[in-house]
Ligand binder design. Sequence first.
Ligand code: HEC
Ligand code: HEC
Ligand code: HEC
Ligand code: HEC
Ligand code: HEC
Length: 382
Amino acid sequence: VTDLVAVVVTALALAACGGCDEPRHTAAVVDAATAAPVSVLRCSECHEKMYKEWRTSAHAASTTSPLYRAMLQQVPSAAVCDGCHAPLASRVAPADPPAAHGVACDVCHSLRAVEPARAGAQLVLLVDDNVKFGPLCDAKDNYFHRTACSPLHTTAKLCGGCHLWYWGELPVFTEYEEWSAGPWAAEGVTCQQCHMPATAAEAAAGSGVRAKVRNHSFFGDKPDFRKRALKARVSVASAGGRVKVEIALRNERAGHAVPSGLPERRLLVKVVALDATGVTIDHAERSYGRRLVDAAGAPAPFFRAAKVASDDRIAPRETRSETLDLKTPPAGALQITVSWQAIDPAIARLVAVEKPEEIVLLEGKIAIKGKTFTPKVLELGR
Ligand code: HEC
Ligand code: HEC
Ligand code: HEC
Ligand code: HEC
Ligand code: HEC
């Protein structure tokens, strides 16, 4: 590996931050420009498996996701966001594929060094040397690229370069920090072990099967992955002509708090009381998340927020109990759902997102007969 001639892509400050410190974004430090990064399609010629998986991932949609595009309309400068969403954008013409490809192969596999930091890490990208850094220490160079054994790629630090970011004092992306402080890091379980499960496969076409090759979909092609995180125990009892529903929600299998990622994400617990014909007679709900507000205390997207109003996300292996109180259906059922919301409906309106994604993670039904009934318990989740 030749010496690194670094060009620092300087951090841009954002003007519209209500009273908070000026944020920095993750700055890409790249080698001097002589050749442009290549399209991911070139990589797919020999790494079709990784390409097909990556294409379904959020990383591949990091510049095109409708939610991201909507927020970009409201930020004064997209360059702050590009630092992580399109780290190669400053290196190539806007129309060049690698810019639009966002968190592409060459972002992670040109990454030579990174030190996660709240203010935003520096990604040291070595693009022009045509060395692909990866976990394989016995891989040979080929006519298309050289290879380099990189222990960094098997550590959570690699992910922490982008999955940790504060906007001044305001926490925005904290997966890395929560993981570091939590039980999974203590047990040696990395981000990769959960998000990039390994199977026997060829790392490149014709290079022979290896016992452990990592999945690159980051759960893009496995919508059920989100459902693994939670378990719930629902206890129902009658009290004074009403029904009390206690929901104990446990973060069983996420390496960080749930909901994680974007601070606008929510977990919604909903109980609906139905009569014998299926008509709703009452409902109650509770949502969990990190609530950011502006200087006046009104809900705001992170880039206009001034402080954290509350944070009741569920930490790894934590159990949170909530009791909801409803009218008792004389004969009927209680329907319980726990859903993931891509963005709080109140904030969706502020950033003009019409139908934010909602995924049901857990659901169940408890039949009820009579105003008073014997307490019942329902277990949800694997
Ligand atoms: C978000 C970062 C990231 C992106 C994007 C990414 N990779 Fe990887 N890749 C990794 C990590 C991390 C590993 C090693 C994981 C480990 O061993 O713990 C890896 C491993 C590999 C390996 C070695 C074989 C294996 O699975 O261990 C190859 C080859 C590879 N990636 C190719 C690609 C190609 C081609 C693309 C684009 C289609 C791509 N990667 C996109 C992070 C990434
Ligand atoms: C001409 C075929 C070919 C093309 C095109 C190609 N690779 Fe590879 N790549 C290989 C071979 C062969 C290996 C070694 C596989 C092995 O040893 O099992 C490899 C290994 C790798 C590794 C593992 C390095 C290590 O030491 O862990 C990474 C990462 C990688 N390639 C990324 C890329 C990326 C990114 C692109 C697109 C910019 C790309 N490759 C394009 C053939 C190719
Ligand atoms: C260069 C910055 C960068 C690096 C490095 C990076 N990520 Fe990401 N990651 C992102 C961005 C940006 C998104 C959000 C994309 C979007 O939805 O717009 C994301 C999204 C994700 C998601 C959400 C998946 C989904 O379907 O919603 C997971 C999981 C994830 N990353 C895991 C990882 C892991 C594990 C690593 C380390 C192996 C890693 N990331 C490395 C920038 C990065
Ligand atoms: C013990 C397994 C495990 C570990 C370790 C783990 N995760 Fe996760 N992660 C999950 C599960 C399960 C989910 C789905 C739950 C959810 O929706 O938050 C998830 C969700 C995510 C999301 C999606 C956020 C969203 O809502 O779009 C991101 C981003 C993410 N993880 C990044 C990371 C990073 C970065 C690390 C390492 C610092 C990591 N994870 C470590 C299991 C894990
Ligand atoms: C330090 C790196 C970093 C910077 C800078 C950054 N992001 Fe992100 N962004 C991420 C990561 C990591 C995720 C994945 C978390 C998740 O999926 O919830 C993400 C996810 C998102 C999502 C969710 C996308 C989806 O489809 O659900 C939106 C929206 C978003 N970012 C907007 C922005 C905006 C707007 C900016 C600029 C003001 C920005 N981000 C700057 C790292 C960054």
